[in-house]
Ligand binder design. Structure first.
Ligand SMILES: Cc1cc2nc3c(=O)[nH]c(=O)nc-3n(C[C@H](O)[C@H](O)[C@H](O)COP(=O)(O)O)c2cc1C
Length: 340
């Protein structure tokens, strides 16, 4: 599958853009585990053109994570065009436009999924950004505003006519936020529309390698995008890629290995952010990680893990968790050479 000239290979698996989650350390880790393309969290066009330094930092990308998309959101044409030109200077591989964010502070102001209520403006912004930059421009959006307005099949054609190079569809409406189940049937309908030429990237509720394959097989999408299932489980890309290639579950990822991955996530986050922000960042991953699910009497340790304020404290708790996960001191538990 290709986005413009960027070859993502067969059945690519992408890391979804996620605010406060897909920072450089996490993107790189997912990339190393097999994500075929990664996205920054969304970047406010308004803040970018005002040179807000915290926002500018979100444009920091590294060569090792390529291909990488920088995603922007906003609600007026001139601002989005100017922001896209600033983003172009950061040299991502792709500029992605967010027309899917459902949260009130964004959609309520007409940006993100709010654009689903003003399609003419959405198309005008898209056309203007495509014309203003040389990089490939893509869009990520939802099925529509609510159950009575699932406009994606027509909208996909309109966006394609604006010159975008790929379209990501999250199979929910804005009204659904993140509730209910993602509906992939309409994603499949877009893909099977004979008028569509650009790649369609399907997104929503991919949590297992089996579901990943089903989404390719049943709905015919060109790529899939994984979001929340990567929390505390960046190795899901390795599991999905292996399953897509062999039809078999990946064996041999031991608890010791997974804990080492999480240790590295702590290290990377603290190194690339700072201790306080790094710890805050990994908390969400630790809270969601399947590694700790099902450990008997884990409540107290879990609370301590999520309250730890320093790297040393956290690593100490990890050491206490080792025996709970059945990890001995044997080096063979660890697979030290096979981090990837
Ligand atoms: C914490 C969080 C932050 C998100 N931030 C963004 C974002 O910045 N841009 C975006 O397009 N989508 C964002 N999303 C939506 C995801 O990219 C994705 O579309 C959604 O989670 C559905 O996929 P999933 O079921 O695999 O998680 C976010 C989702 C979550 C849970």
């Amino acid at each position: 599958m290709k986005i413009a000239a960027i070859d993502l290979g067969e059945r690519p698996v992408l890391l979804a853009p996620m605010e406060d989650v897909t920072d450089p350390a996490f993107r790189l880790m997912c990339k190393e585990f097999g994500a075929d393309m990664v996205y920054t969290e969304f970047v406010s066009a308004d803040a970018l053109i005002r040179s807000v330094s915290k926002t500018e930092q979100k444009l920091n990308i590294g060569d090792a994570e390529r291909p990488v998309a920088i995603q922007i959101y906003g609600r007026d044409v001139a601002t989005m065009v100017e922001a896209a030109k600033i983003v172009e200077q950061a040299h991502p591989d792709v500029i992605d436009l967010n027309f899917g964010c459902p949260v009130k502070r964004v959609a309520g102001k007409g940006a993100g999924a709010g654009m689903l209520r003003n399609v003419p403006l959405m198309l005008e912004i898209t056309r203007a950004v495509v014309d203003a930059v040389r990089l490939p421009v893509t869009v990520k959006t939802r099925l529509g505003w609510d159950a009575d307005n699932k406009i994606i099949v027509t909208l996909a054609e309109q966006l394609q006519d604006c010159g975008i190079q790929a379209l990501t569809i999250h199979g929910r409406t804005r009204a659904q936020m993140y509730t209910g189940e993602a509906d992939w049937t309409l994603i499949g309908e877009v893909k099977n529309n004979p008028r569509m030429r650009i790649p369609i990237i399907g997104n929503g509720d991919i949590t297992t390698p089996q579901r990943a394959r089903e989404c390719f097989d049943r709905y015919g999408v060109d790529a899939i995008m994984v979001g929340r299932a990567s929390f505390g489980r960046p190795w899901i890309f390795k599991e999905i890629k292996h399953y897509l290639q062999t039809g078999e579950d990946l064996q041999g990822l031991t608890p010791a290995w997974k804990l080492d991955v999480l240790r590295r996530e702590v290290d990377d986050s603290v190194r690339l952010l700072d201790e306080r922000r790094g710890i805050l960042h990994v908390r969400r991953h630790l809270a969601a990680s399947p590694l700790f699910k099902g450990i008997p009497n884990f409540r107290e340790t879990r609370i301590a893990m999520l309250r730890a304020e320093t790297q040393a404290e956290l690593l100490d708790i990890f050491r206490q968790i080792e025996p709970l996960l059945g990890i001995g001191s044997s080096a063979s538990d660890r697979q030290p050479d096979s981090f990837l």
